[in-house]
Design a protein around this ligand. Structure first.
Ligand SMILES: [Zn+2]
Length: 415
C-alpha cells in the first residue's frame, strides 16, 4: 500500500505529526467528527491510507468551523473552487508557502524581467503566489494582471521594449497572449521562460511560442487553492508530469484518483487525504531526476448529466481537439428548468487554419453528424430534437473572468 505514495515511509513517517495534528482538528469539527471516530492515530502510511478522503465541501465545512489564523503576518482568504454562487474560501499566510517551492525550483533569477499575467484581485491566489516566487528570485516584476483584448498590442510592444524574459499565467491566458502576438506578427526575442499554473498545458501554446519567442521554454506548477503548490516541472519534463515537494504527500487511490496530505506545519487549510478530482500515477520522469514524479491524467469528475445520461466531456473534447484545424474545443450546455435544452460544441480554429488554406478549417457539420451518431448520450438524449445539438466555430471560448481559466465544460442557465 505504501507503494502508492509519493514519498517512501522512511521520509514521510517522521513528518506525519502534521497529519496527526490535522486529524485532531478535523475531529473537533461537528460536521466531520463522526467520520473519524475509528481513527485514533496516524503513525504510518498505512494508517493514513485508511483515513476517509476529503472532498471540497468537507474542507469548506472544516474551515468554517476552524477559521485558522497565520502564526506570522496576514491570513489571506482566497476563492477555493466554485465558479458560480458565493465564494468558498481557503486560507493562506503571506508568502503562500512559496519558500518551500523556491528551495526546489528556481525558474527565475535576478536577471529576469517577469510579467505576472495571472489575474489579480477577486480573491484569486495565483497572482500573489507568483509574486512571492518572484520576490524570492530577486527578479524585476511587471505586475500586469488581466488586460482587455484592445490592450494586447500596446502591452506586447512594451514587453519587447523592456526586454521581458519571463511571463506567467494560466495556459488559457498565455495562449491568448501568444496567439495575439503571432497573428500580429509581433516577436518577443528576449523571452526565455513561460511559467504556468491552473490548467493543463495546451499543445497549441507550444506552436505559437515557437513563432513568437523561439527561445522560450515552459516551467509548470501543479496545485490548487486548497493544497497550494504540490509539484513543479522543468522544460525537460513532460508537461503533464510534476516533481512533488517534500511537504506534499501524494497518494494514488482507486481509479487513479489522487489525494493530497500536507506535511507542512505552517499549512492553514486542514488538508488530509484531500481529493481535487484529478487522477494520476507515480512514474519515473524522463528528465532523469531521481524519485517518483506525479503524472496527471486529467480529471475524473468530467462526466456531466445530460437528459439523464452521462456525457464524458473529456472524451468529446479530446476527440474534437484531435481534428485538423481545431486548437481547442469547449462543451456548452444550456439548461432550461434544470434540464439540458441544448448542447453546443465550440471550436477554436488553429491559426494555421485561419491564415491560409481554407481546406484546413474544420468541417463543423460533418463533426456534428459524426459525434451525434457515435455518442450514445447525444444520439439517445437528442433523438427527438437532434437540432438541439450543434457544433460551431467560434472566435473565442467562454472564460471565467475571475480566474482566467477556460474550462472544457460550461453550463449556463437560460434566462
Ligand atoms: Zn522531470
Amino acid at each position: 500500500m505504501t507503494g502508492d505514495f509519493s514519498l517512501p515511509p522512511a521520509t514521510a513517517e517522521p513528518r506525519l505529526h502534521v497529519a496527526r495534528r490535522v486529524l485532531g482538528l478535523l475531529k473537533s469539527v461537528p460536521g466531520l467528527a463522526a467520520r473519524y471516530t475509528e481513527h485514533q492515530d496516524v503513525r504510518t502510511l498505512d494508517d493514513l491510507a485508511a483515513l476517509p478522503p476529503m472532498a471540497k465541501d468537507d474542507l469548506n465545512t472544516a474551515l468554517d468551523h476552524l477559521d485558522p489564523r497565520a502564526e506570522h503576518g496576514a491570513t489571506w482568504l482566497f476563492q477555493s473552487g466554485g465558479s458560480t454562487g458565493a465564494p468558498k474560501v481557503g486560507h493562506a499566510p503571506t508568502g503562500f508557502y512559496m519558500a518551500g517551492v523556491h528551495a526546489h525550483w528556481q525558474p527565475l533569477d535576478r536577471t529576469d524581467v517577469f510579467v505576472n499575467a495571472w489575474g489579480a484581485g477577486r480573491m484569486w491566489g495565483a497572482h500573489f503566489l507568483a509574486a512571492a516566487l518572484a520576490d524570492l528570485s530577486g527578479c524585476q516584476v511587471i505586475a500586469l494582471g488581466s488586460v482587455t483584448r484592445a490592450e494586447y498590442d500596446d502591452w506586447l510592444g512594451f514587453f519587447a521594449a523592456r526586454g521581458v524574459t519571463a511571463i506567467g499565467g494560466t495556459p488559457s491566458v498565455l495562449q491568448t497572449w501568444f496567439a495575439h502576438a503571432r497573428a500580429a506578427g509581433l516577436k518577443l526575442p528576449a523571452l526565455r521562460k513561460v511559467l504556468w499554473l491552473g490548467e493543463a498545458w495546451q499543445p497549441q501554446l507550444e506552436r505559437d511560442m515557437a513563432e513568437v519567442a523561439p527561445q522560450a521554454r515552459r516551467w509548470g506548477m501543479f496545485g490548487s487553492t486548497e493544497t497550494w503548490v504540490v509539484g513543479t516541472n522543468t522544460p525537460d519534463c513532460p508537461a503533464d508530469t510534476f516533481h512533488t515537494l517534500p511537504e506534499q504527500l501524494v497518494h494514488v487511490g482507486p481509479d487513479d484518483l489522487l489525494d493530497f496530505t500536507t506535511l507542512d506545519p505552517e499549512m492553514l487549510n486542514p488538508v488530509l487525504r484531500y481529493r481535487t478530482g484529478d487522477a494520476g500515477r507515480l512514474v519515473a520522469c524522463p528528465c532523469g531526476r531521481p524519485g517518483r514524479a506525479m503524472r496527471v491524467l486529467g480529471r475524473r469528475d468530467s462526466v456531466v448529466q445530460v437528459r439523464g445520461l452521462g456525457l464524458h466531456v473529456d472524451e468529446i473534447v479530446d476527440r474534437v481537439e484531435g481534428e485538423p484545424g481545431v486548437s481547442r474545443a469547449q462543451v456548452v450546455i444550456t439548461e432550461r428548468d434544470g434540464r439540458a435544452a441544448t448542447v453546443e460544441i465550440l471550436l477554436l480554429t488553429a491559426p494555421d487554419a485561419r491564415d491560409g488554406a481554407p481546406d484546413a478549417a474544420p468541417d463543423a457539420e460533418r463533426l456534428r453528424r459524426e459525434l451525434l451518431s457515435a455518442t450514445f448520450t447525444l444520439s439517445t438524449g437528442f433523438q427527438h430534437d437532434p437540432e438541439s445539438f450543434q457544433v460551431r466555430r467560434a472566435d473565442e471560448l467562454i472564460s471565467n473572468d475571475r480566474t482566467g481559466k477556460t474550462s472544457r465544460l460550461v453550463v449556463r442557465e437560460e434566462a
